[in-house]
Design a protein around this ligand. Structure first.
Ligand SMILES: *Cc1c(COP(=O)(O)O)cnc(C)c1O
Length: 444
């Protein structure tokens, strides 16, 4: 059980006076380019609660963007991190190796989809993992071109900015971008022509890539099995398997970016499993290590081993403290059955939100899987995105002590990403707050 009391309690305005004074210091010291969703400074976090410096306890529907799945101060993670810090904090694995790194790679080989022989390489951030997956795919195939999808988010480095779809805030003014990145239409059931199947949506993407790039020129296709920042877009059933089959046929490396969807978030260890898709390479980060910076590329041994020695790495990649946190977090996920817990959270979320959708036409779509669920907010015409209304709902939730995030190409999607250890009563209460925020909107 988390030590922090699992109750929402608001004792000041949000943000409170201490947070406001810290915000003033932040403004004077931190670049304006670094955004803030909720200007509340955190003092402590665990379970489903963030406690701020003014003594407010907020329900956390963000989990640091799908990171603190086992809680913000999980005791098992804390114990093993402290133990590692006392022994050594860093050697650089490429200089002098240590067991924790190898053990994380062994676990990744067991946990990721497919029973083929696998290898992994560890990094520090999701963007670095995605970027290295592309490097590996290019070496293996001897090809240059990379295919990505509309609404994709893959990170903020130069190559991953090019792979990310959305201009503002991720790309504006930051070019020129890396070349040989080609975009294809995603399966987006809410906005695709009615009745379009996953197979048809895949054919639309494949036709475009074959005609504009040529399958022979593609090193890899990189895809999020459920898109994260792009709006929690879950492709129609059949889409992912059809893309994966085409990749196999054309010798293209199929890379699943499971940075956000991985590690139990969607009700299974990895989101690809829901349709039995086995990626050639899988990029992971976020939920892997309870908030310590760790990321990985895991995949087929013959692809991973095609890179020359010394071609992959980085000073901090697979840091021993982060590896200790990852091993503890994976143990907690197993012991507490967090994949099944995420699936139950999904039932609760989809049930409550579908009910809300029936009462309020502004909710155009309810979608997602497991503890990765979103609502898309639209105008009365049934399709036009309504980002200002989404922002109003979010602001109302924040005032009531529920931390929600928005996302989506049009900024009109509210997403719910609770820590997987959140007690159910808090999730239910958070949905009460969301429902009230929607009901109190002037236009519904
Ligand atoms: C967050 C995210 C990334 C980038 O991860 P960072 O650790 O922020 O570099 C890449 N892909 C997806 C799907 C993500 O959600």
């Amino acid at each position: 059980m988390p030590e922090l009391e699992q109750q929402r309690r608001i004792v000041t305005e949000i943000p409170g006076p201490v947070s406001q004074s810290l915000m003033a210091r932040r403004t004077a010291a931190v670049s304006l380019g670094v955004g803030t969703v909720l200007p509340v400074f955190v003092a402590q976090a665990d379970g489903g609660i963030l406690q701020d410096v003014d003594g407010n306890s907020l329900i956390d529907l963000a989990a640091g963007i799908a990171v603190t799945s086992v809680g913000g101060s999980n005791p098992e993670v804390a114990r093993r991190v402290a133990d590692q810090v006392e022994r050594f904090t860093h050697t650089c694995f490429m200089v002098a190796p240590y067991e924790g790194y190898v053990e994380v790679c062994e676990r990744l080989a067991e946990l990721t989809p497919g029973d083929h022989e696998k290898r992994s390489a560890l990094f520090s951030t999701g963007a670095e993992a995605v970027e290295n997956a592309v490097k590996i795919a290019r070496t293996h195939t001897g090809r240059d071109a990379v295919a990505v999808f509309d609404h994709a988010y893959h990170g903020r480095t130069n190559l991953t900015m090019a792979m990310t779809a959305k201009n503002l805030p991720y790309k504006q003014g930051f070019g020129p971008f890396a070349g040989e990145v080609h975009r294809a239409p995603m399966s987006y059931p809410f906005r695709d022509p009615a009745g379009m199947t996953g197979e048809q949506a895949a054919q639309r993407a494949i036709d475009q890539l074959e005609s504009q790039v040529g399958g022979d020129n593609l090193a890899c296709v990189v895809i999020e099995p459920i898109q994260g920042e792009g709006g929690f877009i879950a492709p129609a059933e059949g889409f992912l398997p059809a893309i994966a089959a085409w990749c196999r046929e054309r010798g293209i490396v199929f890379v699943a970016d499971e940075v956000q969807t991985g590690f139990c978030r969607t009700g299974s260890w990895f989101a690809c499993e829901h349709e039995g898709v086995v990626p050639d390479l899988i990029a992971t980060a976020k939920g892997i290590a309870a908030g310590l910076p760790l990321a990985a590329v895991t995949g087929r041994a013959e692809i991973m081993d095609s890179v020359h020695a010394g071609g992959l790495g980085g000073t901090y990649g697979g840091n021993p403290v982060a590896c200790a946190a990852a091993l503890a977090a994976m143990d907690v996920m197993h012991e507490q059955g967090l994949a099944a817990k995420a699936a139950r959270m999904g039932e609760l979320l989809l049930g409550r939100l579908t009910q809300l959708q029936q009462e309020h036409a502004i909710i155009g779509d309810v979608r997602g899987r497991g503890a990765m669920v979103a609502i898309e907010i639209i105008e009365p015409d049934g399709l036009t995105p309504a980002p200002a209304v989404a922002a109003e709902i979010s602001a109302a939730c924040h005032r009531e002590g529920v931390l929600t995030l928005s996302c989506g190409t049009y900024g009109n999607v509210l997403r719910f990403l609770p820590p997987l250890v959140m007690p159910e009563h808090l999730l239910d209460e958070a949905m009460d707050v969301v429902a009230k925020a929607v009901a109190n909107l002037p236009r519904t």
